[in-house]
Design a protein around this ligand. Structure first.
Ligand SMILES: [Zn+2]
Length: 546
């Protein structure tokens, strides 16, 4: 009897201590369909979060037996993924566009543009009337527009309207006069488009930048509002990290201070613009890898965009004889920029669209990188690649940073610009993926819709939202669903050297995740783009959803 009592007490003690010793967590999620996106692409059903990081990931029993929390959520079997990461976007630019520009996306004609501007002008009364998002490729008349109607409607106010790709503007005569731009204005890497010897108001690349430099800068307060708006929209589509592909020091410091005040909870990978002020500040310190802010790269541009025929091609445009596009700087400039970044231990991320632009940058990178390396220098867009040049990506470990929705936005007219043969090695995401076994995917928003789910759909299906073309566009270059998911989670984290901190659901990583209403891995192809975000979480804190 005595023996039995001792045994009983012992068992009771073990039970009590095991209960008492359950570790407290800030958050437990169980009964979820979790894609951890770890290196084995494992699944799990539960995790626990402490101090903003995952501390355990596994089965419901694993997690619930060892942890307890007053914040325990039954996910009802819903699919759950690491928070999405947009590897190439313009976060501040998007916010400014949403809060300080007239929206010209999906306009159907110049008349439509002017109608929208009139409404915007009447409600906002800006000193400079700014608009963004027009694309003459969507209009009945796909020629570049002229500013006649703008001059008639807004004879006293400067008007500057940025094309969807950001590489061209349409300015009225008042704005041209302020900038001192006329028929005689000539510059390298830029074009003032003329008709009958007079400026039409269309300015391409460096000419567009000259015009933009006359637009008054926005205040800190305006930018703060813009960033908050951008954050709200991005959380709603499941993004927990975004990129800002080209910022100045003052804007980066503004983001840093808003993040420290917890006003900005979004994580940002900010690339610096290549200017003296940025170099003096950032190249004299180590790259930043703060919890919410990474600054480890310089953004360069070699050429313009395909839509405005600014992309630099090896041979003339198929629909514009004699035109090969624009190279924005002399070759020596790229050598200098690469040397400075190399010395500072920064990444070089260069915008390159045309096959010539890509070749110049790949060869320039190769001179510095010399062979395999882990500097993760990137080509942003990597859109048209000559078949002879793919090997550079692999041989020199250069990372392609692509935007799957550019493919499905351009596919209607890209063959006219490039011709059938060149088109074959354009938007070649799968061929690019094979070079290093990983790549970065993004949207380039506000040029494209901010949704990473649409990026996923475009990468996997290569059709537009109406299901066109029926068999998909050059589907030999589609990504598998698994690779497409990696391309919007762990790979962009790797693309900024942050893969130890985020990008997968693993113990020790920051607890960023997203819950969807349908499973990206198994949903019907035609339903993929309709998949909705139910909730978005950063550091285990819900930032979007009911
Ligand atoms: Zn961009």
């Amino acid at each position: 009897m005595k023996k039995f009592l001792i045994y009983f007490l012992l068992i009771l003690m073990v039970m009590i201590t095991s209960c008492v010793s359950k570790e407290q967590a800030e958050l437990i999620v169980y009964n979820a369909n979790i894609y951890t996106v770890d290196s084995a692409f494992s699944k799990a059903t539960a995790f626990a979060v402490k101090e903003g990081r995952f501390v355990a990931v596994g089965s419901d029993a694993d997690v619930l037996n060892h942890f307890e929390s007053s914040n325990t959520i039954d996910a009802a079997g819903k699919p759950l993924y690491p928070g999405f990461n947009d590897g190439h976007s313009h976060f501040l630019g998007y916010g400014i566009w949403k809060t300080l520009y007239g929206n010209l996306v999906n306009t159907t004609s110049m008349e439509d543009v002017v109608d929208r501007l009139k409404k915007y002008n009447n409600t906002h009364h800006p000193e400079w009337l700014l608009g963004k998002g027009w694309d003459q490729n969507d209009w009945e008349n796909t020629d570049f527009p002229t500013n006649e109607l703008l001059n008639k409607t807004f004879p006293d106010k400067p008007v500057v309207l940025t094309r969807i790709d950001g590489h061209a503007v349409l300015a009225n005569d008042v704005a041209l006069k302020i900038a001192g731009i006329g028929a005689q204005t000539k510059m390298a890497g830029g074009e003032v488009v003329l008709k009958n010897g007079k400026p039409t108001g269309v300015l391409v690349d460096n000419a567009a930048d000259l015009m933009k430099s006359f637009v008054p800068t926005f205040t800190r307060e305006q930018k703060t509002v813009a960033l908050q708006r951008a954050q709200t929209d991005c959380f709603a589509v499941g993004l927990t990290t975004v990129t800002d592909a080209g910022l100045d020091k003052s804007d980066i410091l503004l983001m840093d201070s808003l993040q420290q005040q917890n006003i900005l909870k979004m994580r940002v990978y900010a690339m610096i613009n290549p200017n003296r002020e940025n170099f003096d500040f950032f190249y004299h310190q180590k790259p930043w890898h703060k919890e919410r802010l990474t600054v480890s790269a310089v953004k360069l541009y070699i050429d313009g965009a395909l839509g405005s025929r600014g992309a630099l091609l090896l041979k003339e445009y198929s629909d514009d004889s004699g035109n090969i596009g624009l190279r924005l700087h002399q070759p020596a400039y790229y050598d200098t920029m690469c040397q400075k970044a190399y010395n500072a231990g920064f990444q070089v991320n260069t915008h390159a669209i045309g096959d010539s632009g890509n070749r110049i940058m790949l060869r320039t990178y190769a001179k510095f990188l010399k062979g395999k390396n882990d500097r993760r220098w990137r080509i942003e867009h990597a859109q048209v690649i000559n078949p002879d040049d793919f090997h550079y990506f692999g041989d020199y470990a250069i990372i392609p940073s692509v935007q799957a929705t550019h493919c499905t936005s351009d596919m209607y007219w890209a063959d006219e610009r490039l011709g059938k043969k060149r088109l074959k090695s354009a938007y070649a995401y799968h061929d690019l993926l094979l070079q290093n076994g990983w790549l970065v995917n993004g949207t380039d928003f506000p040029i494209e819709d901010i949704s990473p789910i649409k990026t996923f759909y475009a990468a996997v299906v290569r059709k537009d939202l109406k299901g066109w073309p029926e068999k998909g566009f050059q589907t030999e270059n589609a990504l598998s669903r698994e690779d497409a998911l990696r391309s919007i989670t762990i790979w962009p984290a790797k693309g900024s050297f942050d893969e130890q901190q985020k990008g997968s659901i693993e113990p020790g990583k920051m607890a960023d995740f997203v819950v969807l209403d349908n499973d990206l891995m198994t949903a019907n192809e035609k339903d993929l783009y309709k998949v909705k975000v139910l909730s978005t979480w950063v550091n285990g804190e819900k930032v979007f959803g009911k």
